[in-house]
Design a binder for this molecule. Structure first.
Ligand code: IMP
Length: 176
């Protein structure tokens, strides 16, 4: 770790301002309804904690654990490691994800959740890397579009580390 440097891509302030806007948009769109928020673990835990605080509506939160990645390469294999504890039938589901990269993970999850007969399913993602898209995924509430770089922080990890950083950064091995 001594040979790595981290460049800040999105500061705490930038993230906070955008997350507040997304929360307001969700509040506006779901007026008079209850939101069933589904943060996808582990990467979205920080984004989700901040986002739901800006949803000014009755809101339930139920976590879903997915694993789709090893190191910095997409394996293309998606596994539910921790399923929802409640039924989403008839609910207005808002999936909360950290990043849509190839889109394979969200394609899988959207299809999976739709079989459970929710009233609606929307997707909120902090980040989107369109350059790497393999399948199209519609993001209803998007924080930021980023270039094709591997990012860490604000929940995102590299081999389990850096999730605790309060900003989103780019890891440069050996200071490159
Ligand atoms: P996808 O299936 O390729 O869209 O990958 C989505 C998942 O890969 C995300 O939920 C992240 O966990 C992980 N991922 C993709 N890109 C990055 C990155 O730049 N940094 C950290 N994790 C990433």
């Amino acid at each position: 770790m001594a040979n790595e440097t981290i460049d800040v891509l999105l500061s705490e302030e930038q993230i906070a301002a955008r997350v507040k806007e997304l929360g307001r948009a969700i509040t506006e769109d779901f007026k008079g309804r209850e939101v069933f928020a589904v943060p996808v673990l582990k990467g979205s835990f920080m984004f989700a904690a901040d986002l739901v605080r800006h949803i000014d509506l009755p809101t339930q939160v139920d976590f879903l654990g997915l694993r789709s990645y090893v190191g910095t390469k997409s394996s293309g294999v998606v596994q539910i490691t921790n399923d929802l504890s409640a039924s989403v039938e008839g609910k207005d589901v808002v999936i909360i994800e950290d990043i849509v990269d190839t889109g394979l993970t969200m394609k899988y999850l959207l299809e999976n959740l739709r079989t459970r007969r929710p009233r609606s399913v929307k997707l909120a993602s902090l980040l989107h890397k369109p350059a790497r898209a393999k399948v199209p995924v519609e993001i209803d509430y998007l924080g930021f579009t980023i270039e094709d770089v591997f990012v860490i922080g604000y929940g995102l990890d590299f081999d389990g580390r850096y999730r605790n950083l309060p900003y989103v950064g780019v890891l440069r091995p050996n200071g490159s």
